[in-house]
Design a binder for this molecule. Structure first.
Ligand SMILES: Cc1cc2nc3c(=O)[nH]c(=O)nc-3n(C[C@H](O)[C@H](O)[C@H](O)COP(=O)(O)OP(=O)(O)OC[C@H]3O[C@@H](n4cnc5c(N)ncnc54)[C@H](O)[C@@H]3O)c2cc1C
Length: 589
């Protein structure tokens, strides 16, 4: 395994990529392909074998490959979940969230990207980004119509997960100019006095180390960790940084703001007579996978179909809702794993008294889950989940402290915009109407679990108010955090990077003609190289620093976000190589 031998680190690289996740793996591999000396630093581990089995994806949520962020207590939602927040899973391994997620592949809608361009980001309209999607696509399924429910498409090849590691691993095997160090947690971007990224400080094996960078630092730590890293490096909202004792290098008010996620409602459940769905026995399915690489384990378990619909805005070509039919209920396992998976609060009322026996404690703690799902524990059935594709609520990621080991505070501020409540209520009603069709409910003899949700008994069951209450209780993150280092024009004070994903605000004024050595007064960083574009930068920004991950999206796409991140990284690699075009690495091979 190429990841098992730690590289002998060089003191300086052309590019250092922070985070070997989805964006980082793709951009790191492409920069290495272009001949640069590249170092990718990943906090997590090489991908464990289980990542290759699509049917085991949810099992990974319970392991160390997950950072296990938590959502801060929500004012308008998450009432059924632990501390009115719950967990937010994020990948902590090579390949990042693409290597532990649900593998559903969807580009999103062309209008998502046309909107990015309209918001002041030339080159990001759909026609321009389409080639970067196609670059990685190898569709081998059956084309299904894109209205109504259709079978979901997954990044699975011959029964094995395909992830961003498919870029990094071959590059690592074939290119000695690429180094990937796992178990390396980056703490800080080192900035010179002239506000240029000149290196990286990270912890590896208990030691604090620094590596220098000749051209650029590429931050790809994901939408929760990238803004944290920028802020810890002095790039962020000045008052917030001062509050936590971080010296301000550049006041960038947008860092950590604009957090967007696909708000998802759990719990709408139908039960069916035993055997009606024809679900395979897990042991048989596992045997089938091991012997022939076929069967249910070739896909994420349970998640079968997707629909995109417009229920609110009337723009029929641009969905505001995405729905899935899952072939299990949240009660199928008697709450054994589901309660943790969904972070459904197990506790209601006062904590169990000290000294209570373990069994009794679990019974008491599970009361909230029991109070709703109790009557259908262990039943067969299905769930319909709908998400807001284009939420209007905006949240934020802020520092908890200036300690790099502390997780940031993640506040998605779900349902803070009233239109989101209206849309999700319509979405729930859409889900109910789908289940009532003869093709679904009728065919399987399905019965809706119509127990009033604890906490919503005060509303007339089935009225819009009831469903709004239901959404405020059962809705939470669909684990697609995006937007926290937003791409936008310099006139937008909340933008963090420009359309080149750079936060050097000069813009693409010149094509490089020649390379000069850095002019930084800080002699430690004499090796720093500037492209002419960076020499022309204004002081407001930071040179030699780019962000390439889900955090640059100005608005979340109306589909699962992995494909869009791969596209962003492919395009970023082209932008970077074009900018440095004609200049091979000056560093010793
Ligand atoms: C559980 C789950 C299921 C999902 N399912 C789907 C799906 O089915 N389809 C879909 O399209 N999208 C899905 N998504 C969303 C999609 O995977 C993400 O939007 C996308 O992968 C994000 O890419 P990224 O590069 O921004 O971040 P990531 O892929 O998360 O990469 C960030 C990387 O940076 C590393 N890192 C963080 N901090 C540091 C540090 N300080 N030092 C060094 N390294 C660091 C992390 O360990 C990680 O490897 C899912 C996400 C999750 C979490």
């Amino acid at each position: 395994d190429p990841y098992l031998t730690p590289p002998s680190l060089r003191p300086i690289y052309d590019f250092v990529v922070v985070g070997g996740g989805t964006g980082g793996s793709v951009v790191g591999a492409r920069l290495a392909e272009a001949g640069w000396q590249v170092l990718v630093l990943e906090a997590g581990t090489p991908p464990p074998l289980e990542t290759t089995v699509p049917g085991l994806s949810i099992a990974l949520y319970f392991t160390d490959t997950n950072w296990e962020y938590t959502i801060s207590p929500q004012k308008y939602s998450n009432r059924f979940f632990l501390d009115r927040g719950g967990r937010m899973v994020q990948g902590r391994l090579v390949g990042g969230s693409s290597n532990m997620g649900g593998m559903l592949y969807a580009r999103g809608n062309r209008r998502d990207y046309d909107l990015w361009a309209a918001l002041g980001n030339p080159g990001w309209n759909y026609e321009s980004v389409l080639p970067y999607f196609k670059k990685s696509e190898d569709f081998q399924g059956h084309l299904t119509p894109d209205t109504g429910f259709a079978r979901s498409s997954y990044t699975v090849r011959r029964g094995v997960r395909s992830s961003a590691d498919d870029w990094l691993r071959p590059a690592l095997l074939n290119r000695p100019n690429l180094h990937v160090l796992t178990g390396a947690t980056v703490e800080k971007i080192v900035l010179s006095q002239s506000k240029r990224a000149v290196g990286i400080q990270f912890v590896y094996g208990g030691q604090r180390l620094k590596v220098r960078v000749a051209r650029e630092v590429v931050v790809s730590a994901g939408a929760l960790a990238s803004p944290k890293l920028l802020m810890l490096s002095g790039l962020g909202p000045a008052a917030h940084l001062r509050k936590h004792g971080v010296p301000v290098v550049v006041d960038l008010p947008g860092v950590g703001q604009n957090l967007q996620d696909h708000f998802n409602v759990h719990g709408l459940t139908w039960t069916v007579p035993p055997g009606a769905l024809g679900n395979s026995n897990l042991l048989t399915a596992a045997f089938q996978y091991l012997t022939s690489m076929e069967g249910p384990f070739t896909e994420p378990l349970g998640d079968k179909t997707t629909a995109w619909v417009n229920v609110g805005s009337g723009e029929t070509e641009w969905p505001d809702l995405q729905c899935h039919v899952l072939s299990q209920t949240p009660a199928f396992d008697f709450g054994l794993f589901t309660t943790t998976l969904l972070s459904i609060s197990r506790q209601v009322g006062p904590p169990a008294p000290q000294g209570t026996g373990t069994r009794l404690r679990i019974l008491l703690l599970s009361q909230k889950y029991q109070s709703y799902f109790g009557p259908i524990l262990g039943s067969e059935g299905f769930t319909i989940e709908c998400q807001l594709s284009r939420p209007k609520s905006r949240g934020e990621v802020t520092l908890r402290s200036n300690d790099p080991n502390d997780y940031p505070i993640v506040n998605p501020n779900f349902l803070s915009h009233p239109e989101d409540v209206n849309t999700i209520v319509k979405g729930i009603k859409f889900g109910l109407s789908i289940a009532n069709t003869s093709a679904l409910g009728g065919r399987f003899g399905a019965r809706f679990h119509n127990k009033p949700l604890p906490g919503c008994e005060g509303h007339v069951f089935g009225a819009d108010d009831y469903w709004a209450c239901y959404a405020r209780h059962m809705g939470t993150s669909y684990i697609h955090p995006t937007g926290t280092c937003k791409m936008g024009p310099p006139e937008d004070p909340t933008s963090v990077v420009d359309e080149n994903l750079n936060n050097d605000s000069a813009g693409g004024l010149l094509l490089p003609q020649h390379m000069t050595l850095g002019e930084d007064s800080d002699s430690e960083h004499d090796h720093t190289l500037h492209s002419p574009r960076q020499l022309l930068r204004e002081v407001r920004g930071v040179a030699g620093l780019r962000v390439v991950d889900a955090s640059v999206m100005p608005t979340i796409t109306s589909a699962n976000t992995m494909a869009a991140v791969v596209m962003v990284a492919e395009r970023a690699a082209d932008l970077i190589t074009q900018e440095w075009n004609g200049y091979s690495s000056r560093l010793h091979k």
